[in-house]
Design a binder for this molecule. Structure first.
Ligand code: NAD
Ligand code: USQ
Length: 411
């Protein structure tokens, strides 16, 4: 198939581009490298250097004989999406190209506007370009489980049968998003459902849980040149990746609040499988299909305990530290979400194992001299934005970065 991967330079987009290319699909990867710009603005860096977008695609092409075609451009520019649809004729558009961080969106007004403009306008441009130039293609759009929030009823896959005052209907499942980033995903979902209903587009909205892991099979061809990004900072790092890095340098694991927050999770390898399943089994014309894309549920405290146990087995000393929760979220709640659609299509989950955690820990230990402790404490407060918590984080930052022994000495 001809598959366009929007956000092809990102944590998930780059492995997806390689995954499809390795299976003989024609892949066009598009990215404006906005994420790298935001990292520089916030002075955060991933755990390991991430090779340049074009260079790693060239390396892939040389190593495999396949071709990932690369376009550097911004999908909030309508012309770009139109040109892609006219010139590349995608059969599938996989859309990762959004600002993905909840804390980033809560820094303040400008970051919230950037997030919502970038995400919502980009998706609108995709919708209109598809309507005009490739109405039969499928859009596989990355949404998020956090669109639903944590309701006190079971979470269905995008739709719910409701009986109200004696009448029944099948309606979009109610949403209560947990940040202004998550709100942008809800707005996208509303726009896309409308486009399917009105214009007959075919869309699969993948409400994905928190992704962990840094290894996919394709990377083994050249681990350095083909690797993906691994963030551990408070803005772009997700919880499990952060805990692993904290364990590697002996920092207490930062569980926010009581730690009873339950979230859905999946291995990055399963993201690739799910996107493939949604692509090769497309939605029908006019169908807005929603899949909840996760394989397991964990509370944050459970995850911290898992990381602690695996790190201790390596002789590392790890503590769990309750941190005042910078977010507004329930810390103890009911959570039961359906995820049967992707399993029914053939998803074979890679569940969270001690071996996988140990492998991530190994990578963090190898790179421990690059880890900047000052990037770990949370700086973005949901009620007051970033500036307000700088002083609260100062206690963490006061200590100078310690000199560390090479990894092998402590592992
Ligand atoms: P990422 O930031 O690493 O990747 C997104 C990429 O899109 C970046 O390379 C960025 O430069 C690019 N991009 C952003 N706006 C763009 C624009 N206007 N034009 C062109 N390129 C643009 O994020 P990720 O973690 O790989 O997430 C990918 C998608 O999956 C996002 O939509 C995110 O919301 C969603 N998601 C991620 C997770 C997760 O745990 N990582 C979980 C659920 C959903
Ligand atoms: N958390 C901690 N300690 C930390 C970091 C996070 O306790 O050091 C807690 C948070 O309070 C939250 C949970 O862990 O309850 C998850 O936080 P996260 O930063 O790992 O993930 P989140 O902000 O929800 O966002 C991530 C991705 C986003 C994606 C989302 C999927 O960045 O792109 O949409 O996961 S979901 O959470 O299902 O909506």
């Amino acid at each position: 198939m001809r598959i366009c991967v929007l956000g092809g330079d990102g944590y998930l987009g780059w492995p997806t581009a390689m995954y499809f290319s390795a299976r003989g699909h024609s892949v066009l990867a598009v990215d404006n490298c906005m994420k790298r710009r935001l990292e520089a603005e916030l002075d955060v860096i991933p755990l390991e250097d991430v090779p340049d977008f074009k260079q790693r695609a060239e390396r892939w092409n040389v190593l495999t004989g396949w071709e990932i075609e690369v376009v550097r451009g911004d999908i909030t520019q309508a012309d770009l999406m139109n040109q892609i649809c006219v010139n590349f004729h995608p059969e599938v558009i996989v859309h990762f190209a959004e600002q993905p961080s909840a804390p980033y969106s809560m820094i303040g007004r400008d970051a919230a506007v950037l997030t919502q403009q970038n995400n919502i306008v980009g998706t609108l441009n995709v919708m209109f370009a598809m309507r005009e130039h490739c109405p039969d293609a499928e859009l596989v759009k990355l949404g998020t489980m956090g669109e639903y929030g944590t309701p006190n009823i079971d979470i269905e896959e995008g739709w719910i049968e409701i009986t109200h005052k004696g009448r029944s209907d099948r309606l979009p499942y109610p949403k209560r998003p947990s940040s202004l980033y998550h709100c942008s995903k809800v707005h996208d979902s509303v726009n896309l459902e409308f486009a399917c209903r009105s214009w007959g587009l075919r869309v699969t909205d993948l409400n994905q849980g928190v992704v962990y892991g840094i290894e996919t099979d394709e990377m083994s061809l050249d681990r350095k040149a083909l690797r993906t990004s691994f963030h551990y900072d408070d803005v772009f790092g997700t919880v499990l990746n952060r805990f692993v890095v904290q364990a590697a340098i002996g920092m207490p694991l930062t569980v926010y609040g009581k730690g009873g927050q339950t979230r859905s999770f999946l291995n990055i390898k399963d993201t690739l499988q799910c996107v493939e399943l949604a692509s090769v089994n497309p939605a029908s014309r006019g169908e807005f299909r929603v899949f909840n894309q996760f394989t397991e549920l964990f509370s944050i405290l459970e995850l911290a305990e898992r990381v602690k146990r695996v790190a201790q087995a390596r002789g590392l000393c790890v503590e769990i530290q309750g941190v005042a929760n910078p977010r507004v979220e329930s810390e103890l709640h009911y959570y039961n979400a359906a995820n049967t659609s992707l399993l029914a299509l053939g998803l074979k989950p890679h569940l969270l194992s001690d071996e996988l955690l140990d492998g991530m820990l190994e990578r963090a230990l190898e790179a421990r001299n690059q880890i900047r402790e000052r990037l770990i404490p949370p700086r973005v407060d949901w009620k007051r934005g970033m500036a307000a918590v700088t002083s609260a984080a100062a206690g963490f930052e006061a200590a100078p970065e310690p000199e560390r022994e090479p990894a092998a000495a402590t592992a």
